[in-house]
Design a protein around this ligand. Structure first.
Ligand SMILES: *[C@@H]1O[C@H](CO)[C@@H](O)[C@H](O)[C@H]1NC(C)=O
Ligand SMILES: *[C@@H]1O[C@H](CO)[C@@H](O)[C@H](O)[C@H]1NC(C)=O
Ligand SMILES: *[C@@H]1O[C@H](CO)[C@@H](O)[C@H](O)[C@H]1NC(C)=O
Ligand SMILES: *[C@@H]1O[C@H](CO)[C@@H](O)[C@H](O)[C@H]1NC(C)=O
Ligand SMILES: *[C@@H]1O[C@H](CO)[C@@H](O)[C@H](O)[C@H]1NC(C)=O
Length: 391
């Protein structure tokens, strides 16, 4: 019985560990610096050492002492250790030159330690310009670059200024990153459609489209948003009237691509082909995709490896790291369906290993259940038990 309990405990334990590992907590790094109290720099960079909220509060209280020095708390919505240790920002690295800097790598809800400082006059400001004794300002920063500059300009108004940098959480979800990437128009080498045109289709690729036609002088052409000279939608996406998005580019050969979306099954738009027209020629050539592109309505389709539309003559149009959505709300991508299937190799091997473990456990349990206690005992006063061979 003991063995089985042990086995079960082990199993449950390992599952619990898996669950806890996959769950992100609100442990974030925290930095505090400045002030006039003398303390040496300390870098508690071990991510396994947790600092609880109450411990952190004591640290903060020690730092500010009884003088009620002004405090500015920089809050970054998402902040992880890597952001601080691997930042490439020169400005931020200047923090190292400030005395009395203390770094804690995983603090439980660090922000609340500051919110509990009731003797301070707390306020939240977007761009603080001055600060006085007894004041505590919370300010949200979009990136680490702005932190040091703001701190320095505030310090001019009060020399005892204490600065702190905390995060709200350390969770970057996949979809969020993708949505951000799509909204980031500054990425000049990305292709973000529709741009200034009107279209039901939202298309994003992380690099310009790569167009190849062996019949042109330049056989490999990068198509960027700057090359797009006209775009139009027609049709409604049904079988009878496919949704056709036509995109004209001003590069060599003046290619015009007509993307054809049809509803194959209810709730899915399929991009089955792209028609390519050269120099305004009325008859085009059909390019077929190398993967199935099904865009579910109210969801987006994402494919990291990209999609390559080709025909047998070597004409091809390649979309790198593509994301497509139809009728997107507010021109923002929704949750993505990925072309990389859910049953990936790690998942399959996980299931396989679990299956083997389960089989071993079932085998063990069945053996343990087969153990019988004795139903006859030896009586030392009586005769010894004899079991006849026929029994
Ligand atoms: C707190 O700050 C506000 C605005 O900055 C000010 O009006 C108020 O007098 C301050 N209160 C104290 C107790 O300092
Ligand atoms: C096309 O884009 C790729 C990567 O985006 C780049 O390496 C290449 O130099 C570009 N080619 C031209 C002709 O701009
Ligand atoms: C138009 O395209 C067709 C087929 O792709 C081709 O046979 C024909 O020569 C082209 N016409 C012109 C004027 O380029
Ligand atoms: C998509 O969302 C719209 C409103 O946002 C809703 O009316 C429609 O039923 C949704 N379609 C599907 C297939 O869920
Ligand atoms: C796309 O397909 C064409 C034709 O098969 C090929 O020449 C090209 O290298 C492919 N592009 C990529 C990025 O795989």
């Amino acid at each position: 019985m003991g063995k089985m309990t042990l086995l079960l405990c082990l199993l449950i334990n390992s599952f619990l560990m898996l669950i806890s590992m996959s769950h992100a907590t609100d442990l974030t790094p925290a930095l505090i610096w400045g002030g006039d109290s003398l303390s040496s720099n300390s870098f508690d960079g071990n991510p396994l050492v947790r600092t609880s909220t109450s411990d952190f509060q004591k640290i903060v209280e020690n730092k500010i002492g009884s003088a009620l020095s002004p405090v500015v708390v920089f809050i970054k919505e998402k902040l992880c250790n890597e952001d601080i240790t691997r930042t490439s920002s020169k400005d931020f690295k200047e923090l190292n030159t400030i005395e009395n800097i203390q770094f804690y790598s995983s603090v439980e809800s660090s922000l609340s330690a500051f919110e509990k400082l009731s003797s301070y006059n707390q306020s939240s400001e977007e761009k603080p310009s001055s600060i006085s004794d007894g004041q505590l300002i919370f300010t949200y920063v979009p990136d680490l670059e702005t932190v040091v500059g703001t701190y320095k300009s505030l310090k001019e108004s009060n020399q005892n200024l204490i600065g702190a940098l905390v995060g709200e959480s350390c969770i970057y979800s996949k979809t969020e990153r993708r949505k951000r990437a799509a909204g980031d128009d500054k990425q000049s080498n990305a292709f973000i459609f529709p741009g200034k045109y009107k279209s039901r289709v939202l298309l994003y690729t992380s690099q310009p489209l790569v167009f190849m036609d062996p019949k042109l002088k330049t056989t490999k052409i990068n198509l960027t948003m700057d090359n797009l000279v006209d775009a139009q939608d027609s049709g409604d996406g049904s079988r009878a009237s496919p949704l056709i998005v036509s995109m004209k580019f001003n590069t060599e050969g003046n290619p015009n691509f007509k993307f054809e979306f049809i509803t194959e099954y209810p709730g899915y738009y399929a991009l089955k082909k792209i028609e390519y027209f050269k120099n305004g020629n009325a008859s085009g050539t059909v390019l077929k995709p190398n993967t199935i592109i099904d865009v579910p309505s109210n969801f987006s389709y994402h494919c990291g490896p990209g999609a390559n539309f080709t025909n047998k003559d070597g004409v091809s149009l390649f979309f790198n790291n593509v994301q497509i959505e139809l009728d997107a709300v507010n021109s923002k991508f929704s949750e993505a369906y990925d072309c990389v299937g859910f049953m990936s190799i790690p998942i399959l091997s996980g299931i396989f290993v679990t299956l083997i473990m389960a089989l071993i456990m079932i085998w063990g349990i069945s053996i343990i259940m087969d153990i019988r206690t004795m139903d006859r005992f030896d009586d030392p006063k009586g005769k010894t038990i004899t079991i006849s061979a026929s029994e």
